[in-house]
Ligand binder design. Structure first.
Ligand code: NAP
Length: 503
């Protein structure tokens, strides 16, 4: 199936860039189990970030298409929630198996539309599929409770039931994994969903819809409605205000999350929000320096710095600061290779678009104007407008933009600190708190700092943390709720208290 879907992407892989088009590439919306055009017949272009060349164009859904998709999800709800958990589990597992069978083609699709290196794209597919596998297992363990009462003639039962239709809005940086982490959990417990993928990366979501169809997920249970940036606000409004929608699940920027929460409050929908972060990466004097540098490279430069848990600022204690900086420069020169994601040696693909490059440039200009030093990188890469050199800045201070605003690019600013108290205050000054990392070999300090960091995810002597078994989510303005793990189903469930009286 995906062999034909991905013909166009293979052409891009071969040529590194080609404006090859294929009428067979899935480019329509998937609503109620059918592939359909938008009511307006509009389409929008999907481009390869590496070259700017056209990959294909896809259906540009508007608000009326969003309402149609919500209606389809609502119509299919009764049947899906009535299916046994074993049946839902079986279908999710089949969907997972199809993802694994088609892993290479799906990965190429990600590299083409997102730009990340093929090896990272393949890891994303395995990670994305792991959520379908995990939630196919969790589907059978949505237990309620029987609670002792203080009245002898009563019994208290607690049931867990699907919340209903869920609107899902996903970002471009993990076009497959952010979708399955939400949809896997929602479908497992008996909800039906409408997914709006990011306009930069709709092809992965459409490929997953094709596999869901092949797996036998019933019509209307899983719907995908791509929309262009100009249609997105109106589509988002429908997805967050339609009375048939019970819950919204969003991953993206904090600014967009706030808009969606405002929409959702009118009808008091449940909301789970995975929003932006400003991850600190702290290196204490007692750290194993080589481990810290390896963790720093992994946590900062994965996906060219475009993950929500990417380190935003390095905070390094004065006794180890100079050695850390020196080793970082060496490691960056040795390990980071900018190039097209389809090239085998590439570790740093393009950024998603030129706006992302401008943001990095702006932060560097601001930092340098306030006294920061560029130790390596600092400018656009000769490969093209979306490529940027991995950059290390020293002499960074807390008044600089790069310490206050999420970078989402390959920029590593280093600040020097003296005491544990001082560094905790710097790290916790942010109004967001998704991930935080620190390196130390002092056991008492490890406990103190892990407990004090105001974030949802802490890496102790570890730079890569995301895994299906662990809860993912933030505190403060980084969001609401947790995804993955045994907690990942909670946002899609209602708890019902049933009182049996007169016994
Ligand atoms: P974004 O602009 O908020 O976009 C994310 C999604 O929201 C896209 O599908 C986008 O659609 C949609 N959107 C934008 N404005 C909307 C509106 N008014 N109504 C409805 N939907 C709307 O974020 P981004 O720049 O793509 O992604 C980067 C951000 O995501 C970063 O801040 C990052 O930290 C965060 N992120 C968080 C996590 C996490 O788990 N916490 C994971 C990954 C990323 P269009 O593309 O069509 O505009």
């Amino acid at each position: 199936m995906l062999l034909r879907v991905c013909r166009v992407v293979r052409a891009a892989a071969r040529a590194h860039s080609s404006s090859a088009r294929s009428e067979r590439l899935r480019s329509q919306a998937y609503i109620g189990g059918r592939w359909v055009e938008a009511e307006s017949a509009a389409r929008f272009a999907v481009r390869e970030p590496a070259s700017g060349q056209l990959l294909t164009d896809v259906v540009d859904c508007g608000p009326r298409d969003a309402s149609t998709a919500v209606r389809a999800a609502s119509d299919s709800l009764a049947g899906w929630r009535a299916a046994t958990s074993k049946e839902r589990s079986r279908l999710l597992r089949k969907w997972h198996n199809l993802m694994i069978q088609n892993k290479d083609e799906l990965a190429k699709l990600i590299t083409a539309e997102n730009g990340k290196p093929l090896k990272e794209a393949t890891s994303e597919i395995v990670y994305a599929a792991s959520f379908l596998e995990w939630f196919s297992e969790e589907a059978r363990r949505i237990y309620g409770d029987v609670v002792p009462t203080s009245s002898p003639d009563r019994r208290i039962l607690i049931l867990k039931q699907p919340v209903g239709v869920v609107s899902i809005i996903t970002p471009w940086n993990f076009p497959s994994a952010m979708l399955t982490r939400k949809a896997g959990a929602a479908l497992a417990v008996g909800c039906t969903v409408v997914v709006k993928p990011a306009d930069d990366t709709p092809l992965s979501a459409l490929a997953l819809a094709e596999l869901a169809d092949e797996a036998g997920i019933p019509a209307g249970v899983f719907n995908v409605i791509p929309s262009s940036k100009s249609n997105t606000p109106a589509v988002g409004e429908v997805l967050c205000t339609d009375p048939l929608v019970a819950a919204i699940s969003f991953t993206g920027s904090t600014a967009t999350g706030k808009i969606l929460l405002r929409h959702a409050c009118g009808t008091v929908k449940k909301a789970s929000m995975e929003l932006g972060g400003l991850a600190p990466f702290i290196v204490f004097d007692s750290a194993d320096l080589d481990r810290a540098v390896a963790g720093a490279i992994a946590s900062k430069f994965r996906n060219s710095g475009q993950t929500c848990v990417c380190t935003n600022q390095f905070l390094v204690q004065e006794g180890i600061h100079d050695a850390f900086v020196e080793k970082m420069v060496k490691a960056m020169h040795r390990d980071l290779h900018v190039g097209n994601g389809f090239d085998e040696q590439t570790t740093q693909g393009p950024l998603i678009n030129e706006r992302a490059v401008e943001k990095v440039e702006n932060q560097i200009n601001d930092a340098v104007s306030r006294g920061a030093c560029i130790l390596t990188g600092g400018k656009r890469h000769r490969l093209g407008a979306t490529f940027f050199e991995p950059t290390l800045l020293s002499n960074v201070t807390t008044d600089m933009l790069c310490t206050k605003e999420e970078t989402f690019g390959p920029l590593a600013p280093v600040l020097k600190f003296r005491t544990e108290e001082e560094v905790i205050a710097i790290a916790n000054a942010a109004d967001v708190g998704l991930a935080g990392y620190f390196y130390s070999s002092d056991l008492a300090q490890i406990w103190r700092v892990a407990e004090q960091l105001e974030v949802g995810i802490v890496g102790v002597n570890e730079g890569l943390l995301s895994t299906v078994e662990a809860p993912f989510g933030g505190v403060k303005q980084s969001g609401l709720g947790r995804e993955g793990s045994k907690y990942g189903v909670d946002d899609f469930l209602e708890i019902k208290y049933v009182c049996f009286g007169g016994l």
